[in-house]
Ligand binder design. Structure first.
Ligand code: GLN
Length: 252
């Protein structure tokens, strides 16, 4: 009898725990309202950028496809890149999707989904620049986007006194055009867009760092992490992920 009571008790407490688990999630995160809120910085073409008033691009389309699979509506919130991790870790956004690189430091505050794309940190210089390699950046003024991996690597490798941080990648590129900085370190795909949009710039052939992009998620919401990984895997298997990426990135 004693044994039966303790088994019953164990079953009851497990049921209570499960019930608490699901209601606690709803209190700080919005997914339960049927809306998947994505935090991004919409100045990162072709991953996210404005077309008129609408935010479009690879991440926006992947997020929409993931939301469709999970039966959720998608809401995109544009903010500084620097604010995305905080928005996710405080529950203001369910997911950060922003061409964001997986780093050990960021993993202290958020969980990352499986990776869905690869990024490369590259160097943009003026066409007539004497900078021809990564080593040539020594002692030069380097423009970066605040809190990005480009910022972190350049600060480590070349010293913060040589690094100018801008809120938007485009502002760093404008500083290069006007001669305020000698080079810009940024992810390869936005780099291509910026070079195409501005005369007299080129990308160095030597690549600086190769990295993985993934969605950032709240550490307490492992259920959403699993759901998003499941949706990403399905999109991969169906070829939908490749389709979205190749719509925006033409292979050379
Ligand atoms: N991949 C870079 C990073 O995660 C830049 C991302 C971005 O600017 N949106 O830091």
């Amino acid at each position: 009898m004693k044994k039966l009571i303790s088994v019953l008790f164990a079953v009851m407490s497990a049921a209570m725990l499960m019930a608490c688990g699901s209601s606690a999630k709803g209190s700080s995160l919005t997914v339960e309202d049927g809306v998947l809120t994505m935090a991004t910085n919409a100045y990162f073409p072709p991953y996210e950028y404005y077309e008129g008033d609408t935010i479009t691009g690879i991440d926006a389309e992947i997020a929409q496809a993931v939301a469709d699979k999970l039966g959720l509506k998608l809401k995109i919130e544009d903010m500084e890149f620097d604010s995305i991790i905080t928005a996710v870790s405080t529950g203001k956004a369910d997911m950060g999707l922003a061409g964001m690189t997986v780093t050990e430091e960021r993993k202290k505050n958020v969980n990352f989904s499986d990776t869905y794309a690869t990024g490369v940190q590259v160097v943009i210089v003026k066409e007539d620049s004497d900078i021809a390699s990564i080593d040539d950046l020594q002692g030069k003024k380097i423009g970066v986007q605040l809190s990005t991996t480009g910022d972190i690597y350049c600060t480590d490798d070349f010293g913060s006194e040589n690094v100018e941080e801008y809120n938007k990648g485009n502002d760093a590129v404008m500083a290069l055009v006007s001669g305020k900085v000698d080079a810009v370190v940024i992810d390869n795909e936005p780099a291509k867009s910026y070079v195409a949009a501005n005369e007299g710039l080129k990308i160095l052939e030597t690549e600086y760092v190769t990295e993985d992009y993934a969605a950032a998620l709240n550490k307490d919401n492992t259920e959403l992490l699993e759901q998003i990984n499941g949706a990403l895997k399905e999109l991969k298997d169906e070829g939908k992920l490749d389709e979205i990426i190749s719509k925006y990135i033409k292979s050379e």
